[in-house]
Design a protein around this ligand. Structure first.
Ligand code: ATP
Ligand code: MG
Length: 216
């Protein structure tokens, strides 16, 4: 059964940092498909600047034409906070115990994992692939604090040949960093600066069409 990637985020807006992470991990792990799942009401942070329907539509436009990428609306359709552990539980129930699942995370998100709801259970539900992001020196295990460190030490794998386990592995992968953040993009748009070449033109066109981020 080919492994599937799960790429969560606020995507406020989606940009090339998100898309490269998913594309790079899809190659590294031989992922058949990556599900992009925009968060509805993210529990770990403030309310997104843009309503969920816009964030979902921007994801759809960004991934159009990539046969490996799919938008998944389940979290934006949920009125309660979206916990990743619930989303993975649902995916596991739909796809069965044998389905290899890979949760794709940037280093900053990964280092914050112990703050997530029921975080240890994430390792039972999925494998976790971590891309280093500029500024985060994740490849030295000393950079990781307990209790996350012991989870990683027990579970670390090298890559593709171990990608077909259903859950429980951790891949730390150095990826060429793209120093792009949605926060910086929102700032540029609010100042009426150009954000071109940081995110797909189709997303930027959508932002301008709907006058998103002009008042943030
Ligand atoms: P914000 O600035 O609003 O926090 P963001 O650009 O960090 O937005 P998020 O929605 O917070 O995007 O992140 C979703 C996921 O994408 C996280 O796992 C995060 O680590 C990862 N990510 C975000 N930007 C990059 C990037 N430039 N390179 C690699 N991973 C990234
Ligand atoms: Mg972020």
């Amino acid at each position: 059964m080919p492994p599937i990637g799960v790429m969560g985020g606020t995507f406020d807006p989606i940009h090339f940092g998100h898309l490269r992470l998913a594309e790079d991990m899809a190659d590294a792990l031989g992922l058949d498909r990556v599900l992009f799942i925009p968060a509805g009401q993210p529990p770990h942070r403030g309310t997104p600047h843009t309503q969920a329907s816009h964030r979902l539509e921007m994801v759809r436009r960004a991934i159009a034409g990539n046969p490996r990428f799919t938008a998944d609306a389940r979290e934006v359709q949920r009125p309660q906070p979206s916990y990743t552990v619930d989303t993975l539980t649902a995916l596991r129930a739909e796809r069965g115990v044998g389905q290899p699942l890979w949760l794709l995370l940037g280093a900053d998100a990964f280092l914050g994992l112990p703050g997530w709801h029921d975080w240890r259970r994430l390792f039972d539900l999925a494998n976790i692939a971590v891309a280093t992001r500029s500024g985060a020196q994740l490849m030295q295990p000393d950079a990781i604090m307990e209790p996350l460190k012991s989870e990683v030490m027990q579970r670390q794998v090298a890559g593709k040949n171990q990608a077909n386990r259903p859950a429980g592995s951790v891949l730390l992968r150095a990826t060429p960093p793209l120093d792009i953040s949605a926060t910086a993009i929102r700032g540029m748009l609010a100042r009426h600066d150009s954000a071109r070449y940081l995110l797909p033109d189709a997303v930027l066109d959508y932002i301008h069409e709907h006058q998103l981020y002009v008042h943030t």
